[in-house]
Each structure stands twice: as structure tokens, then as C-alpha cells.
Design a protein around this ligand. Sequence first.
Ligand code: B12
Ligand code: SF4
Length: 448
Amino acid sequence: MPKIALISPKGPLYRARGGIFKKSLRYQPLTLTTLAALVPPEMDAEILLYDEGIAPIPANIDADLVGLTVITGTAGRAYELAAIFRKQGKTVVLGGPHVSLLPEEAARHADAICVGYAEDAWPRLLADYCQGALRPVYRQAADFSLDRPDMPYAHRHRFNPGHFLTQAVFEATRSCAHDCEFCVAPSAWGRRPYQKPVDWVIGDIRQFGAKKLIFVDLNLISDRDYARALFTRLIDLKVQWFGLSTVLIAHDAELMDLLAKSGCKGLLLGLETVTPASLADARKRFNGSVDFKALVRDLHDRGISVQGCFAFGLDHDTPEVFDATVEFAIDAGIDLPRFAILTPFPGTPLHRRMAAEGRILTRDWNLYDGQHVVFQPRAMSVRELAAGHERAWKAVYRFSAIARRLWRARNFQPLALTANLGYRFYAHHLHAFYTCDWPIQRPYAPCA
Ligand code: B12
Ligand code: SF4
């Protein structure tokens, strides 16, 4: 009976911490629980799941095969763990977004890697492993599809619910039809739509018994017909849900109505920038077709809160962008604004362009977490970008700013206040959160 350990390594940002942030960022990801469900039952394997973002991994894991999921910000730690396990004679398999973006790099640290989505490749890999015929690379099939009613549901129960804000995390679709220059999704997985059967998604929610849930889909409205079918079926479930969408929802009032009727209570929107020229830089011109303030109002009118995400450091961003964005977020009444520093993730067109322009300052993947400046900005200095980002967080979460935003939102929910106070705490402890004190025990020096 093979013993399989599946691990999500910690990262400089994604790691165990106490206080109010002990559980606040921790909705349970679907990665390990999905992989656990995909282990063929006939293997009769013993499966152990570890999330190092929650608790340290025991020194001596009893496993024959270790699977690590890798995002760019956790790649350093994943490779470190891989080396330890291989030294112990365990077979190490790596998969996840970073492995799909940089397979050659990842392959140097593993006995086998899984490139792309693993619904077919992982069971194939395990079958080969059992026969002593493990190959070094397993790839997502060219005709990969999620349109399979017999897919197993994620094994959410394998984690302790006490470690998460919620385990009610679901996924209906993967990938996104757009090709924003900075985005990992089109590079890692392509732009073809992958959709689970709507019946399957509804069945998953029913069997879990969820009444409040999160969809982790990158863009739930990427295919409007699918979105309509899903939202219509959600109405009967009488659930409340949070998810992600592009601002293009603004152009479809009918879909917005349906969204509200289906129980949507919060949407995360990639607003990205208030600098119109920067939208073209990011290959996200379609955002320019939308009046953000009107969209926020329309969503609030339907009882939907807005988490508005902005990126700083696009090529047309000058030092004025920080105050302008804060003012905009307050004026628009965005319930929860979030700021990130533009990050040229490896394998993306943005990384390739910046590398060609000689603007990549470090390839220390620990710093690729959306909170560090890893490239030379075009219209400001590295310091201005880092400091402006921090100033913006503090300014938008001043008590007076929270009050103004929530007043304008006219969409008062107790959760909005709690979330704002949580983010205010985050804004005032940014260094404790993202200063790269782990694993590099030195102050952050962007040009080192
Ligand atoms: C939950 C989540 C988180 C959680 C947990 C992250 C974690 N370590 O697991 C939190 C909130 C902490 C988080 C934080 C961040 N995240 Co995040 N997050 C997600 C999210 C929304 C869902 C993941 C999920 O459950 N997917 C569903 C599962 C089924 O898909 P999957 O993970 O891809 O796994 C499949 C395959 O990839 C493969 N696979 C994956 N791992 C393995 C391992 C093995 C062994 C095998 C065989 C196969 C395999 O098999 C699975 C089935 O096909 C994804 C977006 C998304 N929808 O995927 C972003 C995503 C992973 N995050 C991303 C980013 C950028 C971030 C942040 C930088 C954002 C920020 N500024 O805060 C931080 C970074 C934290 C850090 N580095 O310290 C990027 C990754 C980019 C990259 N190159 O690394 C993604 C892809 C979103 C995006 N499009 O940009 N995130
Ligand atoms: S719309 Fe969002 S998910 Fe789609 S490519 Fe652009 S950033 Fe990525």
C-alpha cells in the first residue's frame, strides 16, 4: 500500500502567523484536496495532506511519494523540501502554476513533474509509479477537458476545518479567455475554456451542504452562456457566494441581475489601474470600456460588495498614481480595495518583455509575491514604487477613509466592517507580512 504525502509549502507571504490573520486569508484551496480525490481508489493508498502555511511539516514524514504544489512565491521552499525528501529516498513529484510556467527549472528538483492540469496526468503518473516506470514529465493532454460528470469531488474533509475561515470553496471553470500581459493563467494553461458540468458543480455544493461559499474561478463570466446556466441553477440552492469577475459584467445588466439573484454577495474585480494609458501597457484595454464608479454603484444597488484590486508600477504609472488611486477607491465607495505591486511572473509575456528591456532586477522567486518590486519601473524609482504602495494601503484604510468608503457604498454589511478593520491591521503591519524575513534572513535589497 503506497503512502502519498501532498504538501503545500509555505512562502514569505503564505505562512503560519498568529493574531487576527491566523485564519483570515485561509479559505481552503482546492489544490491538495483535488489531487487527493484523483488518487485511484484501487491503489489503496494512504494519503496525508500538509499545508505548511498553517503548521510546520513534521520532520520525518512517513511517505513513499511526496507531491508538492508550487506557486512562484513558494518555489524556493518547495525546492528546498524536495531536496530533503529526495535525500531521504522518497520519490518527489512537483506540480502547480510555477511548474507549468517553468518546467525545465522544476524538473531539476524532482523525480517527476506534472505540467498543466493534472486530472489525467496525476492518475497516469501514479499508475506508472506503482509499476516502477515513473517518467520525468507528465503533461496535460492536448484534448484536456473538465466536462466529465464522473469526476470525484475534492476531499475537503481531509483538512481540519478549524484551520480555515471556510472549507466551502468551489470551482466551476478554469482558465480565462483574455490575455492580459501580466497574468499567469493564459501562459500556464492557455485560453481555452475548461468548464465542469453545471450539474456536477451543483452536486458538489449540495453534497458539501454549503450555504455560504467561495468560487476560486479566475473569471466566472469568461463564457457568458456558461455563467448564465450556472447562476440560474444556483438560485434554487439559496446560497450566498463570493467570486471573481472581470469588469465586463458592467455591459450586461441582465447577467448582473441574475448574478444577484443567484446569491452573489461579493465580487473581486481586477480594476488594475486608474491610469488609462497603463491599461494598454497591460493588454487590458477592455477595462477602459467600463465606467468603474458606475459599475460599483450598479453592484451595490444589487447588494453585491466589491473587492477592487489595483496593480502599481505599470509603465505609465507615475508617482501621482498612488494618491489618485486612493482617492478613486474612496470616491467610488469600494468596499475592500487591495493594492499589489505589478509582478512579472516568470513565463508570462510581461516577464519576457521586461527581461528583453533589461528591467528584471532579481530572479529570487521568494520576492515574486505581489508585494516586492522585482523590476525597474518605467516612470518612477524602485523606492518610490515600494513606498507609494505602502502609503496607499495605509491611506485607503485610515478610519476616515473606511468611513467614507462604506458610507458611499450604502451597502452596509457587518462583514464589510470586520474585513476593513482586518485590512487596516494588515496595512499597518505590511513589513511584518511581506518583508522577506523568511527564508532569507536579511533586509530586502531589491537590486542585490
Ligand atoms: C487559493 C489561492 C491562494 C491561497 C493559497 C495559495 C497556496 N499556496 O495554495 C492564498 C490566498 C494564500 C494565495 C496567495 C497568493 N496567490 Co494565489 N491563488 C489561489 C487560487 C485562487 C486558487 C487555487 C486553487 O485552489 N485552484 C484550484 C486547483 C484545483 O487548481 P490548481 O491549484 O492549479 O491545481 C491543479 C494543477 O495546477 C495541478 N497541480 C497543482 N499542484 C500540483 C502538485 C502536484 C504534485 C501535481 C501532480 C499536480 C498539481 O493539479 C491540479 C488539478 O489539475 C489560484 C487561482 C486558481 N483559480 O487556481 C491563485 C493563484 C495560485 N495565486 C496566485 C498568486 C499570484 C498569489 C499571490 C502572489 C497573490 C497576492 N499578491 O497575494 C499570493 C502569493 C502567496 C505567496 N507566494 O506567498 C497565482 C499564481 C501565480 C504564480 N506564478 O505563482 C494564481 C494562479 C492566480 C493567478 N492567475 O494569478 N493564493
Ligand atoms: S482577465 Fe483576469 S484572469 Fe483573465 S487573463 Fe486578464 S488578469 Fe488573467
